[in-house]
Design a binder for this molecule. Structure first.
Ligand SMILES: NC(=O)c1ccc[n+]([C@@H]2O[C@H](COP(=O)([O-])OP(=O)(O)OC[C@H]3O[C@@H](n4cnc5c(N)ncnc54)[C@H](OP(=O)(O)O)[C@@H]3O)[C@@H](O)[C@H]2O)c1
Length: 288
């Protein structure tokens, strides 16, 4: 019997790069999607396709049993994901697993959460076996702050609010379980870390793992935005500020057991993340 083929979009991305080996270890045929023809995924097929080029997606989806849908943050992310979901249905894909976000809601003040809610609502109507994963803030997002962390600090407009941030390796393991298991059709899983942590506690974990002083500074939203002006497009910067306001209101602190329920393993703690990425933070220190 042929093993099922699973297509992983954004396979070089934060979650996708951990999902490809997680699926491989479960014995399925993995088709890893990238726009880069030079990329090789050990043990997996590579397919070159672009969410903005539907013909490339039709080819990528041929013969696929299940697909993991994730796109990078983009102004047209909802439209791109909706088109991909339609093409997946047309291609006869049996199962679609959608990467959404914690608290996705049509009436959210956070634009990214509204966009995710729009895609979720569309996928629900397609009649496919589908599952929605709603992860909270990625711990791996801290790697974007590796430069300042190497200097001993990082800053964000989040105050003392706790966030049940998650290690993206756990999102990948949960996605692999859903893509290859049964009983998940029509379900929505909120994915979090094992506890809610403040950014001061994150700083302490990074300090403990790297052996360097790391301090977190709460910063007003306008100063945070000013520091990033020119580095991100305005819509993305505004969305990021909305994300942090949502965290600062304490709206992202619930802890869910979905990672353990799906994978049989406890979700990784911030101290695990910090230990496993200490070298990356140290490399940033050596480069600065
Ligand atoms: N960051 C967080 O804390 C967080 C929390 C919850 C949910 N999320 C959600 O996660 C998603 C984004 O995650 P991320 O920023 O970490 O990105 P990511 O998953 O790392 O995605 C980046 C990847 O997307 C691929 N890509 C870029 N443009 C593409 C295109 N036109 N067609 C096909 N593939 C394309 C790139 O692969 P190639 O260059 O190889 O093609 C790249 O590796 C968003 O939906 C966001 O809302 C994020």
């Amino acid at each position: 019997m042929n093993t099922p083929t699973v297509l992983v979009t954004a396979a070089t991305g934060t979650v996708g790069s951990a999902l490809v080996p997680a699926l491989r270890s479960r014995g399925v045929t993995v088709r890893a999607m990238t726009r880069d023809p030079g990329r090789v995924f050990p043990g997996a097929e590579t397919v070159v396709a672009d969410l903005r080029e539907p013909e490339s997606l039709v080819a990528a989806l041929k013969g696929v049993d299940a697909a993991f849908l994730n796109s990078p943050s983009a102004l047209d992310a909802a439209a791109l994901q909706i088109r991909f979901a339609d093409l997946a249905r047309d291609a006869g894909v049996h199962r679609l697993v959608l990467l959404s976000q914690y608290e996705a809601r049509a009436d959210s003040p956070v634009r990214f959460l509204r966009w995710h809610a729009e895609v979720e609502a569309h996928v629900e109507k397609l009649g496919l076996d589908h599952t929605v994963l709603r992860p909270n803030l990625y711990l791996q997002a801290l790697l974007a702050f590796a430069g300042p962390i190497a200097q001993g600090w990082f800053a964000a407009p989040v105050g003392d609010a706790a966030v049940s941030a998650i290690d993206t390796r756990d999102i990948a393991d949960a996605a692999a379980a859903v893509l290859t298991g049964t009983g998940h059709s029509g379900r929505t899983y909120t994915l979090t870390g094992p506890r809610a942590v403040t950014h001061h506690e994150i700083a302490a974990a990074l300090a403990g793992a790297t052996g360097r002083d790391v301090t977190f500074h709460d910063t007003p939203a306008d100063q945070f935005a000013a520091a990033l002006t020119g580095l991100l497009p305005p819509w993305q910067l505004d969305g990021l500020v909305e994300d942090y306001a949502h965290y600062a209101r304490g709206e992202a602190a619930e802890v869910h057991t979905s990672v353990t329920d799906l994978t049989g393993q406890p979700a990784r703690d911030v101290t695990d993340f910090a230990r496993d990425h200490a070298t990356a933070f140290a490399a940033a220190a050596n480069a600065s």
